[in-house]
Each structure stands twice: as structure tokens, then as C-alpha cells.
Design a protein. Structure first.
Length: 498
């Protein structure tokens, strides 16, 4: 059977996506009509399959992705130069629940994780140093380096210091965002022991921060205020780190039901294949995980604009719908308050890969959360409460959004990409390539290639392999970012710096 060279995603679409490069004068047959390609069109990009007038909506995924900026003919290459977003400001929405239920078998799968005293489960057993303020980053890094050299990380997974620039000179919302995200990191079950490292005079006062932790494990979470140390604060820190190491090294992996797994859903460096291969594959995994009783979390609120009603109408209750409406409109107000249009997206790399408007991006982006009902909606810095599919308020920036997913309690992040990226956050950050070219060019970055779907593999064939891969990483196999030691955090900042 001849391999397809283009794809019509939805029967209502007025474009097809080129799976291979098309040259001017090439012919394709769509719905029984012979169409001549009018311009050279790269793979992953869109071609019109019917004439449209200026101002007329162009349809992809069954939804408008913007309107034509001029009269266009069937066979024209549709891109950012002739397609304009329909997005404007905030909107009013009506709850129209769809109520779809997943019919996926519970397979009673397990992974190998670490059961913590409070009942939570981690997929890593690491020692972490969490500075309350950026002023002590250097001390924290010196402690981490010395402990790695002294122990060789024998019997634990890693020793890390999570650098950041904040904790002082911040006001109101920014200050609270920093405190909440640092709290979330300290309490994350992937850590077998945490040294909270403080200077002492910062706005993020150490005593108040410890109160924010609530009822924490005082054996495994310790505080060092460096300004109060008489003499060498590094040696004082090493004494605490050695104690934490001796405790954490006793922890052992055990079989844990996959219902305990919490996975973040993220995309970055997207291309025209993201909504066709990697995002739908991750969406199938998300549905599978939710059907097993597990949890997935979707964020990147600005990249929901144009597809938000799909998510709103999957909310299990009117209360969750209202929270989702607030999440969307609040983020739009954030854009507008800075004098920025809500449709100022996609990035140059997205456009080069075939994504022309924010609606185009959003309709592909939201494929990552499958079809499951929305069972929870969280503000930035909140910790997970509900099992199933959750929405989390955070921006689209890769580092900020991935940190937010991890800090809410996700054990790992599934990160789809068509252009490629090496980074990782403070939990395993698996890269899923949207196309086989990226997977072949960057094997040191990519954990799994969904581009196999463009090479004749079916979703039914690929999904079990992907499930096995995710569970292997959850059980201790290094994600590529871990093997490369590319790991960092980034905290959302909005307001004034003193």
C-alpha cells in the first residue's frame, strides 16, 4: 500500500497537512478532487483544498484556526503570511458538558517506586538542596558537588541543588509564587531528603517558610540558616547532608500500582506534526493512565486559547467549568494588562514547522490530554488534590511550565517536541519527537519517537510500547535529560522587583 503524503485530519477541514514536501505543480487527490499545488510547501505545513474569500475562516481539526487575509485558491500554501488569528479579548462561555466516558481496560499494571512515610510515592530517591533565596545558590551548589564526590551517589539516584534567582526583593503575587513553588519542591516525593538552605535576612523568611510546609517529615527535611552559623557554613551543611544521605540510602524501590503515577503533559518547539503524532500519542497515554486510576496534568494556558471550549465542556462539574473559565480569562487579562494581544503566538520555530496561528497551535496542543473528563483545576503553585485529568494555570514557557507541572506533584513530565530541546526540570522530563527526522538527528535528546506514526506504525501498535517506556522511566531508567544532567527550575514572575 502506498504511504500517504498528506493528511486531512477532520472531515470538515478546509486544509490538509503535507506529510512530505510538496513542489509547485504537484497534484494531490482529496475527497475525489484533483488539486494542483500552487507553491512549494514544506512537510508539516498546510495546503488549502477549497477556494476561500478574504475574511473567511480556515478549518483544521474541525475548528477555525483563523481567517484568510486575502482571497485564496485550492492548492495554496497556508501560513502566517496569509492566515490571521481570530483571537481577541476575554469571552463569556456557556457550560455544555459532553460527558464522554473512557472505555479502557484497567490492566492492573505496576511500576517500581519509593513509598514515603506520608503515603505518597516517588519515582526517584534523590537528595535536594532548596535555597530559600538566590543569594545562597553558590553555597548550595558547593554542597551538592562535595556530596556527589564524597558518596558517588551510591544507593541514591542523585544529589542536586535547585538554583533560582528569587526569594527576596519580590512583592505580593511574585513573592507568594516563589514561596509556594519552593514549598512544593521541598515536599515532592521524588526527594528522599531535603536541605532547605537560607541566608537569613531575605523576604522569604526561613521560619515563616517552614510554617508553610505544614506537617512535614522533620527527619528528612532540615533547615540551615547560614547567617546564624558560627564559622564555616559549608561544613555545617555537609554535616546535615551526610545525615540525610544515611537516611535516604536505606530506601528501596517496591512495586506500586500505576494508579499512583502522576504525569505532566507539556509540548515545546512544536511543529505541524505535533497535533498528528506525538500529542495524540501522549493523549492516548493520558487516557490510559486516567483509566488505571492515575493522574495527568495539562498546563500552558495561553496555548489553550482557541481550544478552551473543548476543555471547558469536558469539566465534570459546573464548578470546574467556572474555574476553567476564570483560568482562561485571567490569563488573557494578564496579557492585555501588559498591552499585549492574546494571540501573540506561535514562535518563529513553530511557524517554520507549520503552525501559523495560536488556534492552530492550541488545537494541536490540547491533543495531549486525550478525551478524559476534567476532574481538577489548579492555580499556579497548588498541589494536586484530584485524581484523573487536571488543568494547571501556568504560562507556555517551557522551563516555567515544566517546573509548575513538577511542583504540583507530577513524578515526571512527558514533553512532546518537533524542533527539539535538551532541557529538563527537577523531575524526569521525557522528550517525545513528533517526526522521525528529529529522532534520528538528536538521539541524545529524544526518549521516544512518535514519528513512527508517519512511517507506517499504527497508534494501536505504538501505544503499548510507549506505556512500557514511561513505566520503565518511572521505575528508574534515566530519561535523556537525566543522563545528560540537564536539570533546572524556573519560577513564574509577573510583577515588580525591588
Amino acid at each position: 500500500m502506498e504511504q500517504a503524503t498528506f493528511l486531512k485530519i477532520n472531515a470538515a477541514d478546509s486544509v490538509v497537512v503535507c506529510l512530505t514536501e510538496k513542489k509547485q505543480g504537484d497534484h494531490i487527490t482529496v475527497d475525489g478532487r484533483n488539486i494542483t499545488i500552487n507553491q512549494d510547501t514544506p512537510a508539516g505545513h498546510k495546503v488549502l483544498i477549497k477556494d476561500v474569500k478574504e475574511g473567511e475562516d480556515i478549518i483544521k481539526y474541525g475548528y477555525p484556526i483563523g481567517h484568510a487575509q486575502k482571497d485564496m485558491k485550492a492548492g495554496d500554501w497556508v501560513n502566517e503570511n496569509n492566515l490571521k488569528t481570530n483571537l481577541k479579548g476575554t469571552l463569556e462561555y456557556t457550560y455544555q458538558p459532553v460527558g464522554e466516558k473512557l472505555s479502557i481496560e484497567n490492566e492492573q499494571r505496576t511500576f517500581r517506586g519509593y513509598r514515603r512515610k506520608n503515603g505518597e510515592v516517588g519515582v526517584r530517591n534523590e537528595l535536594w538542596i532548596v535555597p530559600t533565596v538566590g543569594c545562597v545558590n553558590g553555597i548550595g551548589e558547593k554542597l551538592a558537588q562535595r556530596m556527589r564526590q564524597e558518596t558517588g551517589c551510591k544507593d541514591i539516584d542523585n544529589i542536586c541543588c535547585w538554583h533560582h534567582n528569587y526569594g527576596c526583593s519580590q512583592l505580593s503575587g511574585d513573592h507568594e509564587n516563589t514561596r509556594k513553588v519552593l514549598r512544593d519542591i521541598v515536599l515532592h516525593p521524588n526527594a528522599g531528603g531535603v536541605l532547605i538552605l537560607s541566608l537569613g535576612c531575605e523576604n522569604n523568611q526561613p521560619d515563616q517558610f517552614m510554617e508553610l510546609l505544614g506537617d512535614y517529615d522533620k527527619e528528612r527535611i532540615r533547615l540551615l540558616v547560614t547567617q546564624k552559623v558560627e564559622g564555616d557554613e559549608v561544613e555545617a551543611g555537609m554535616d546535615i547532608m551526610r545525615q540525610l544521605y544515611d537516611i535516604a540510602r536505606q530506601d528501596k524501590r517496591e512495586d506500586v500500582p500505576v494508579s499512583e503515577l502522576r504525569v505532566g503533559l507539556k509540548c515545546g518547539g512544536s511543529d505541524g506534526f505535533s497535533g498528528i503524532t506525538a500529542n495524540p500519542l501522549v493523549g492516548e497515554f493520558s487516557d490510559w493512565l486516567v483509566a488505571q486510576g492515575g493522574t495527568s496534568v495539562l498546563t500552558e494556558v495561553p496555548e489553550m486559547f482557541g481550544a478552551e471550549t473543548i476543555l471547558m465542556n469536558r469539566c465534570e462539574t459546573k464548578e470546574l467549568f467556572d474555574k476553567t473559565v476564570s483560568m482562561i480569562n485571567n490569563f488573557k487579562e494578564y496579557f492585555l494588562s501588559h498591552g499585549e494581544p492574546v494571540g501573540e503566538n506561535p514562535s518563529p520555530g513553530n511557524k517554520a514547522g507549520g503552525i501559523s496561528t495560536l488556534e492552530d497551535k492550541a488545537l494541536g496542543c490540547t491533543q495531549k490530554c486525550g478525551r478524559a473528563p476534567v476532574s481538577g483545576v489548579m492555580e499556579y503553585g497548588d498541589r494536586l488534590q484530584a485524581r484523573g485529568l487536571n488543568l494547571l494555570s501556568a504560562p507556555g514557557n517551557d522551563l516555567v511550565a515544566s517546573t509548575a507541572l513538577a511542583s504540583c506533584g507530577c513524578h515526571l513530565v512527558l514533553f512532546t517536541t518537533g524542533r527539539g530541546t535538551p532541557f529538563g526540570t527537577f523531575v524526569p522530563t521525557m522528550k517525545i519527537a513528533t517526526n522521525p527526522t528529529l529522532a534520528a538527528r538528536k538521539p541524545g535528546w529524544v526518549d521516544f519517537s512518535a514519528g513512527q506514526l508517519l512511517q507506517g506504525r499504527t497508534m494501536q501498535e505504538l501505544l503499548p510500547e510507549f506505556i512500557d517506556k514511561v513505566l520503565s522511566v518511572a521505575s528508574g531508567e534515566h530519561a535523556r535529560n537525566e543522563a545528560n544532567d540537564y536539570r533546572e527550575i524556573s519560577i513564574f514572575k509577573n510583577g515588580v522587583t525591588l
